[in-house]
Design a binder for this molecule. Structure first.
Ligand code: IVH
Length: 718
């Protein structure tokens, strides 16, 4: 170690010394976290860090972007800043059987117009069960790290990710100028057990599984806590990138390794379906001994040019799928069945179970789906049942073990009245098909408190208005006290802070009264002043949180309305189609609204009808009007690329020779064109290949521009 005292260093010497210290400390960090085998004493290690900090204090302009001082200590602000992903972070489609995998490869082949027997090389990668993160490097230096969030917008957790030794702060070799590397933060079984032991010893809550503990560790406001947790990172994909350093997925992973990332050592390139399935079985048999959790194998088409042609459907790529391992099962006792009423009035039966551990998680509730399912299972209270849990999905009951049925097992009678409001609960019959709906629904619509409350809870949820501090308990409380009936009332709360404060104070008093009664103690009146201050602050924060959400993007607003069948994805499709609130409302309330909806790519008949039903119900329109009085709704950005065909209606006919019909359609749509199956006066372009017949004639009749496949490809710049 250089011994020259810090105050004697010249600027050039300081720069060299900081470089040396950064490397040396990083080396020790790796040894400590990665191999669990520190090479120097803690005191010597601290001395290195102190020297680094002292030099930085004297030469602040020389502080390096990858300085070890960024790794711990830097306290983050009270909550994480939001980061908009320049390239969305997508999810994966699932395959559960060998056939599903064969289907996936078949779909890829058909889309690309390949022959049945043509093989497509894929990479097969263990599907790590952690949480995904995106790391942005500029000129080889880590500048930002973010969580996935909803795929569009995540949280800035740079300070925390910097503390993970698998994540290089500065890249090796010659990486692209801008490079976003994405992968999974995870915790090994060993680290997980050690952490829980420590938590237990300190009287802190233990984590249910390594995934939760990794997530909990990364979302700490104090990065030094993250630093104290042994976390790891595997790199497996990318977001924005200024130039592609390779032409295949496997080539990209090799590059990542050369830049200093850790890539899962089990990743394999497979040429055939047989090879793929063999790899899957092999990984499955080694799963328990890997030392970290995986929940399947991910297959990705290896060639990036093919990936590009395959593109995406909704939120997952056509070129990848996740082959999941079978779900884990356990036996337990069905202690009771309770009915929950959802925001659409659905009576959802929930099984209350004797707590049991399945795949590392304690399960006490399972879904029973609907009344037919209870009948099919012949589930009786007291029965021993087999339950299954797969990933994040709500556990379900697979079957009843009849041999273990106790004498007094009680059959369950599904209610025909809503347990919350007493209205009739009915199963609708579909007029078209004559089929009875599987769900029984409460007919109490506007009078049913369960529906009102559930709708309000949904409204303030994370993917909707995301009002901080306003969770389920407060919604229920404010609703009980008559402060909330509909979404507009949430914003009206900002006009009555005293009332809110009073309700909260009463609630708190009632709670402590209950607690005191339970503990058999007398009321104690000390610390009252301090509590008042806390309450004041809570009300103030809540008002500010509500106020902040008075500006909301169109897609979030649409999602928050709680229209049946409309979630995040459909809401985004609608928002992208109309771009601003006025256009959206005009579209929804116009005479041909239903037809218009049915023409939006990605929106099917049932969904279109549900949206239409919502807007033809005057009560809904009025409530929305009252809500809008409080809001400023921001426009959606127009589709990223304006292309020569955006907004045009195109018809493909005849044989296409350079691509399949499906690919042509997907490509045209991604450029903003509407693809139609028939030619009318509204058609802008007919792309005609050999063998085109009546559609070509129609085009001539309507005077529509006709071109061949090559001219089309030239037009779209392919
Ligand atoms: S690729 C566009 N590769 O699985 C493809 N994901 O269900 C993006 N995951 O959010 C993901 N291991 O958290 C990919 N080798 C792997 C993965 C992997 C785990 C997770 C990831 C993602 C989720 C998708």
């Amino acid at each position: 170690m250089s011994s020259k005292s810090v105050d004697k260093l010249t600027s050039a010497e300081a720069e060299k010394e900081l470089d040396r210290l950064a490397k040396e400390i990083a080396r020790h960090d790796r040894a400590y976290h990665g191999e669990d085998a520190p090479q120097i004493s803690d005191a010597d290690y601290d001395a290195l860090r102190r020297r680094n900090a002292d030099i930085e204090a004297r030469f602040p302009l020389l502080v390096r972007a990858d300085s070890p001082s960024h790794r711990v200590g830097a306290k983050a602000s009270e909550k994480f800043a939001k980061v908009t992903h320049r390239v969305p972070m997508l999810s994966l489609d699932n395959a559960f059987s060998d056939e599903d995998v064969a289907d996936f490869l078949g779909r890829v082949r058909r889309f690309l117009g390949l022959k049945e027997d043509e093989e497509i090389a894929v990479t097969a990668e263990p599907k790590i069960d952690g949480l995904s993160a995106s790391l942005r490097y500029e000129s080889g230096v880590l500048v930002q790290g973010a969580t996935r969030g909803d795929g569009q917008e995540g949280e800035d957790i740079t300070a925390n990710l910097r503390t993970i030794s698998d994540i290089p702060l500065r890249l090796k070799g010659k990486p692209p100028a801008v490079l976003e590397v994405r992968g999974e933060v995870y915790m090994t079984h060993k680290a997980f057990e050690a952490l829980n032991k420590r938590q237990e010893k300190d009287g802190k809550p233990v984590y249910a599984n390594p995934r939760n503990s990794a997530a909990g560790s990364v979302r700490q406001l104090d990065p030094s806590i993250t630093a104290s947790r042994a976390l790891n990172f595997f790199a497996y994909t990318w977001g924005e990138i200024s130039e592609m350093p390779a032409k295949t997925q496997s080539g990209m992973l090799e590059k990542f390794e050369s830049y200093g990332f850790v890539v899962n050592p089990l990743v394999r390139r497979c040429e055939t379906l047989k090879e793929v399935l063999k790899f899957y079985r092999d990984i499955e048999s080694r799963r328990a001994r890997l030392g970290y959790d995986i929940d399947g194998v991910v297959y990705k088409v290896d060639r990036l040019d093919l990936q590009e042609r395959l593109g995406f459907v909704s939120r997952s790529p056509r070129w990848a799928t996740a082959h999941k391992f079978p779900a884990e099962q356990a036996e337990t006792v069905l202690e009771d069945i309770e009915i929950q009423v959802g925001r659409t009035g659905k009576l959802a039966p929930v099984a209350r179970l004797k707590p049991v551990t399945v795949g590392g998680v304690v399960v006490q509730n399972a879904t029973l789906h609907n009344e037919d399912e209870i009948g099919r299972l012949d589930a009786r209270i007291g029965d021993t049942v087999v339950i299954q849990r797969a990933g994040d999905v709500i556990p379900q009951i697979l079957r009843v073990i009849e041999d273990k049925r106790p004498k007094g097992a009680r059959p369950y009678k599904f209610p025909d009245k809503c347990p919350v409001c007493g209205s009739h609960a009915v199963r609708e019959v579909d007029e078209k098909t004559g089929k009875m709906d599987v769900d029984r629904r409460c007919t109490g619509g506007l009078v049913c408190d369960a529906q009102t409350v559930e709708r309000l809870k949904y409204f303030v949820g994370r993917d909707q208005f995301d009002i901080e501090g306003l969770g389920g308990t407060l919604i229920e409380l404010f609703h009980d006290k008559g402060l909330l009936k509909e979404p507009a009332d949430i914003f009206a709360l900002t006009q009555k802070p005293e009332k809110v404060a009073k309700v909260l104070a009463e609630h708190r008093a009632a709670l402590s009264e209950e607690r005191r009664a339970a503990e058999g103690k007398d009321a104690v009146k000390t610390k009252a002043k301090k509590k008042d201050e806390g309450e004041g602050k809570q009300v103030e924060n809540l008002m500010a949180a509500i106020e902040r959400r008075r500006t909301i993007p169109l897609d979030r607003l649409i999602n928050a309305l709680g229209i049946r069948h409309v979630g995040e994805t459909t809401a985004r499709l609608l928002a992208r189609r109309y771009l601003n609130l006025d256009a959206f409302l005009t579209g929804m309330t116009g005479d041909d609204a239903l037809e218009e909806l049915q023409h939006i790519e990605g929106i099917g008949g049932v969904v279109a009808e549900a949206i239409h039903d919502f807007f033809t119900e005057p009560h809904n329109v009025k409530a929305l009007g009252r809500l809008l009085e409080w809001l400023t709704v921001t426009d959606m950005a127009a589709p990223a690329k304006s292309s020569p065909v955006s907004g045009k209606t195109v018809v493909f006919t005849g044989t296409l020779e350079k691509m399949t019909r499906q690919e042509a359609k997907a490509r045209a749509e991604s450029l903003g064109a509407k693809v139609s199956g028939s030619v009318s006066a509204k058609t802008d372009i007919v792309v005609a290949g050999p063998g085109a017949g009546s559609k070509l004639k129609d085009a001539q009749k309507h005077n529509v521009q006709v071109m061949d496949e090559d001219a089309w490809l030239k037009l779209i710049g392919a």
